[in-house]
Write a new protein. Sequence first.
Length: 116
Amino acid sequence: MDVKQFYQEIKGNYQNAVSIMMNDALIARMLTKFMANNDYEKIISAYEAKDFQSLFAAVHAFKGVTGNLALTPLYELSCAITEATRNNPNPVIDQEISQLKEVYACVKSNYEKYIG
């Protein structure tokens, strides 16, 4: 699977990723860094602990990275969670977190195929 196929599988925006990073090699390198960082785990951990201030910080960072990588489904969910947790001490985001888990699992699975 190549980078373009990866984006098709996850319903990302390959053209936006190329316009930001210029080539597939850089996209692949940045995807590797993204998958190796622990932003997703921070989001889930903060959510489970009901630490919404930490959740906001983690999901806001995640939003920036997923936006730059044009990982559209993850970006859209992180935008929704960011706005729901911004200045909200007790947001209702169970559905969004559940969707984030599903979409992240899909991205991770396809990433593993991509580099495998």
